[in-house]
Design a protein around this ligand. Sequence first.
Ligand code: SF4
Length: 260
Amino acid sequence: MANIKSETTGQKRIDTIATDIKKLVSGISNGKPANVTEENMDKFLKNIKEAFNAWNNPVKEKDGKLRMSVLGKPPRQLWYDRFSPKKTKDYDASLNIKFLYGHILEHLLLYLAELTGHKIGDQQKKVEIDNIKGHIDATVDGEVCDVKSASSFSFKKFKTGELVNDDPLIKTLQDTLKSKTPPDRCYQLSETKGGNKSLPIGCQFCAHKWECYKDANGGKGLRVFKYSNKFVYLAEVNRQPNVEEITKNFSEELKTYGKR
Ligand code: SF4
């Protein structure tokens, strides 16, 4: 970068961000370093430190109250969060690590964007909509941005503008959380090559899957099969997979959520 300041005066547009970062990285690979200064590096490291501390001291939601950070979650998952909160167990550890590197990646991406001359502002600024409190990740070139690797559902609120247009999304979620019964499932089951139905990725990482699918497999609950590179959770088994079934390893969950 020749001069960050001269490039952060509004000439950059957010839609060039991916190309600009690729160019920056390719320049670095070819021996042309980015314009890292004491000041911008200190800011980046401070953001990483704050992100780590926030991850290390998570804020417990009270009474399932909506917060901005949960608006990317689908309604049924939020309903279970509200009415059937789960204790974090060992098997949540890998998920929690993913959250940590998600936070770190967020700041890395914003830093790279800044180094390419995009204007980054309002990082972690507090906001409130309809009495729901939260933070925005940042503005990039004046646009409010959510920086994450997330499901398409999480991005829907931005794509459709639901979050700003009088927010039907928030109202729907508030209604959902008043209901005594959970809303429809968040994602469709995936069809496997063998003709079985498996949990989609969004459900695999969900802490509520056992409860949510307790009626699967004729009321027996989910069945789990160990493939070479992953566990596959089946909600409907039409043809027995030719790999080891490890459902018994989840007997604790199935005692509560399934007839085993
Ligand atoms: S298991 Fe899937 S459908 Fe059920 S609450 Fe979780 S994400 Fe939604």
